[in-house]
Design a protein around this ligand. Structure first.
Ligand code: KG4
Ligand code: ZN
Length: 342
């Protein structure tokens, strides 16, 4: 891109419980990044309450946008495009970001680009390392668990996905049963490092050669273990239960990623989504791939694993370069499928 002028894209993300805006240069370099988290408001309900999420997004979106422009010391005329999460997510939450993006696009005559939330999580890695193809992404978030094969920029082939709960969902539900606060993932991760995996729990490998996942059986096994113990008036050390649960999740996630990486001969493996913040998973993935030294493993820093808008701007840059454009009919799409940029 040395001969060309620099490209600045504003990203907007409001699909769940973070109101976020970011400006990214040439799809790789964060110029400004603002995230307003609502976690404190949802904690007391044990999960995200959609109506509360929407209300917070309405209150925050203008403030967050003003802040990101001030942080970047830029004005709207400096932007080449506005990229916004179009889906999947909570419809009322998505709508706030989409409408803010449409308003800015219309008022300042800036091209609009719709981005899939998972494409965003994957492209968080492009802010760390140049993607090399074929590339395999292990996507693990609150709503998704997928293995995505990418043959080139903007090409997404889902080769495996969860048949029931997402990994983050399993973490959050198990944590809730154990009496831990929302979101439970980081609490289980912390506890797991204080305990030992002494409790036998199942691993859902599914049929031979399958890249699909299933976490509901494991979740039920944890709940049964707790119930049985309480009926017998026995106590289970929470740190050992956390360590056992975490070991089961990670073994399957890493095992299937390693197999798929080998089978598809990928050059790079990237980790994406909120659960990518998991310390145990980060360590296990890195150590498993010492067996395949030809594969480059990229893991984003914690701040780029959970929801943010820099990842949306990074994915939006590729979509923009591939000619993807949104218009004033753009809407929040809660069930948007991940499709390649043609
Ligand atoms: O990607 P994300 O921020 O939102 C969605 O797109 O879903 O992911 C949120 C999920 C939650 O389920 C949360 O518990 C989980 O990521 N999470 C973790 C950790 N940090 C966040 N799970 C396990 N270990 C962690 N350290
Ligand atoms: Zn997410």
């Amino acid at each position: 891109m040395s001969e060309q002028t620099d490209r600045f894209i504003l990203g907007i993300e409001t699909s769940c419980d973070e109101t976020a805006a970011s400006i990214v240069k040439n799809g790789k370099e964060i110029v400004a990044n603002v995230v307003a988290s609502q976690i404190e408001s949802h904690k007391r309900f044990g999960g995200v309450v959609p109506e509360i999420a929407s209300r917070h997004h309405v209150e925050q979106v203008t403030i967050v946008l003003e802040e990101v422009m001030a942080q970047a010391n830029m004005s709207f005329k400096d932007l080449d495009a506005i990229a916004v999460t179009e889906g999947p997510g909570l419809v009322g939450a998505l709508l706030i970001g989409v409408n803010a993006a449409k308003a800015l696009s219309f008022a300042h005559q800036i091209p609009l680009v719709g981005v899939h939330h998972i494409a965003g999580h994957i492209y968080a890695n492009q802010l760390v390392d140049e993607l090399q193809f074929p590339c395999l992404a292990l996507v693990v978030s609150g709503g998704h668990t997928e293995l995505v094969l990418m043959k080139e920029h903007g090409s997404f082939e889902v080769i495996g996905e969860t048949l029931d709960d997402a990994a983050g969902e399993a973490y959050d539900k198990v944590a809730r049963t154990m009496g831990l606060p929302y979101p439970g993932g980081p609490h289980i991760d912390r506890l797991a490092h204080e305990g030992e995996p002494t409790i036998k729990l199942p691993r859902a490998w599914l049929e031979e050669g399958s890249y699909h996942f299933s976490f509901s059986g494991l979740k039920s096994a944890v709940i049964n273990t707790l119930h049985n113990a309480s009926q017998k008036r026995e106590t289970i050390a929470p740190e050992n239960l956390a360590a056992s649960f975490q070991e089961s999740v990670i073994e399957v996630l890493v095992g299937k990623t390693l197999k798929a990486a080998e089978a598809y001969g990928v050059k790079q493996v990237v980790l994406a989504g909120g659960v990518a913040a998991n310390k145990g998973l980060r360590e296990a993935l890195t150590s498993a791939f010492t067996k395949l030294p030809e594969v480059n493993v990229t893991i984003p820093p914690l701040s780029l694993c959970t929801d943010n808008a820099a990842m949306i701007a990074a994915a939006g840059t590729i979509a923009f370069e591939k000619g993807i454009r949104g218009d004033m009919a753009m809407n929040g799409q809660p069930g948007l499928p991940l499709v390649s940029y043609e």
